[in-house]
Design a protein around this ligand. Structure first.
Ligand code: NAI
Length: 326
């Protein structure tokens, strides 16, 4: 069976190529991002494999159905970029990789918090320039401070463990509180107003879209740290920029995702003029760190993503139960 593999990067090939042979699949690696203009590239394939910024609208999925594609293999946990209703209506199962390495993302989230709090990104630049002055680099202890975790699934739980390891008090919010977790669930407004660090670990859904907006930001205490390793549109960028311009309001922001990341992330645009003015503004703030959706990017996670994706394809090919069907 042939798999059309969209948005391929060199590191994808390293993990997927050897496994594809083991599992008996022929992978056609395509650099193109999947959207209405590129969907025709799936023409001779039996399944397609897509990633976080591929665009699987109803039109794209109907085209896949016309080409007799038998499965959509998402090599990621989130599936907000897939029109699930259309996929269901044309009978194409959507399979994903739910829990490949929650720790990879949670560790990265805490890394962003630490870096922005202690200005490690700025210290790195200074010392490389033999500027050993530490003026302006003062941070705050996290010990005994309060972390507010939104979404207590796999990654949120890993983040809770990490925050507790730092001696933080942890508050949590989830649409479906997990009674087995040793954590204090509160309503969203309480979480916003009582947390020194707010870390987002819920999926992007109509309810969570702009979960951090002007109202949420107005409730947060001065000096708050906000970390988003989940999905860009959880934060209303314009509201965040406004809050960042208020002296003392925001301690720091770590963003591994961005509202308009689709055409930007994973590409080298260093020779181009930045057209996204909000992004250009965001990265001028000394207390904002942005990374390009790399929270998942560890050896362990990549290996696990490749294995689980191939397992998903194998299960479909052999009529086995589809445990990772969305
Ligand atoms: P999960 O499915 O294990 O947990 C998500 C949690 O969010 C669940 O407990 C669920 O009940 C909760 N939730 C759902 N709707 C909610 C709402 N309206 N308000 C509050 N909580 C809500 O997912 P997991 O594996 O923990 O991943 C979380 C998110 O992290 C993914 O949806 C994805 O967007 C993002 N992600 C980012 C990565 C990166 O590289 N930066 C890599 C992997 C995932």
């Amino acid at each position: 069976m042939k798999i059309a593999f969209f948005s391929t990067k060199p590191y994808d090939k390293i993990w997927f190529e050897p496994l594809s042979k083991e599992y008996g699949f022929d992978i056609k690696f395509l650099e193109a991002k999947l959207d209405t203009d590129t969907v025709f590239l799936a023409n001779s394939a039996d399944m397609i494999c897509a990633f976080v910024n591929d665009i699987l609208t109803g039109d794209v999925i109907r085209s896949l159905s016309d080409m007799n594609i038998k499965a959509i293999l998402m090599r990621c946990a989130g599936y907000n970029n897939v029109d699930l209703e259309t996929a269901k209506s044309v009978n194409i199962p959507v399979l994903r990789v739910p829990g490949y390495s929650p720790e990879a993302v949670a560790e990265f989230a805490m890394g962003l918090c630490l870096a922005v709090n202690r200005h490690i990104h700025r210290a790195y630049i200074r010392t490389r320039d033999f500027n050993m002055n530490i003026n302006g680099l003062m941070g705050r202890d996290l010990y005994t401070k309060t972390a507010g975790i939104i979404g207590t699934g796999r990654i949120g739980q890993a983040m809770i463990r990490i925050c507790k390891g730092f001696g933080m008090r942890v508050l949590a919010y989830d649409l479906f509180p997990n009674k087995e977790l040793d954590v204090e669930y509160v309503d969203l407004d309480t979480l916003f107003s009582k947390s020194d660090l707010i870390s987002l670990h819920c999926p992007l859904t109509p309810e969570t879209h702009y979960i951090i907006d002007e109202h949420a930001l107005s409730l947060m205490p001065g000096g708050v740290f906000i970390v988003n390793t989940s999905r860009g549109p959880l934060i209303k960028t314009d509201a965040l920029i406004d809050a960042l311009t208020v002296p003392g309001k925001i301690g720091g922001v770590g963003l591994d995702v961005y509202e308009e990341e689709g055409d930007l992330f994973y590409e080298d645009r260093s020779n181009e003029i930045m057209e996204d003015e909000r992004l250009a503004r965001l990265i001028t703030f000394p207390n904002v760190i942005m990374t390009s959706h790399q929270g998942y990017f560890t050896r362990e996670a990549m290996q696990s993503i490749a294995i689980e994706t191939m397992e998903n394809a194998y299960a479909l090919k052999n009529g086995m139960p589809l445990k990772n069907q969305v």
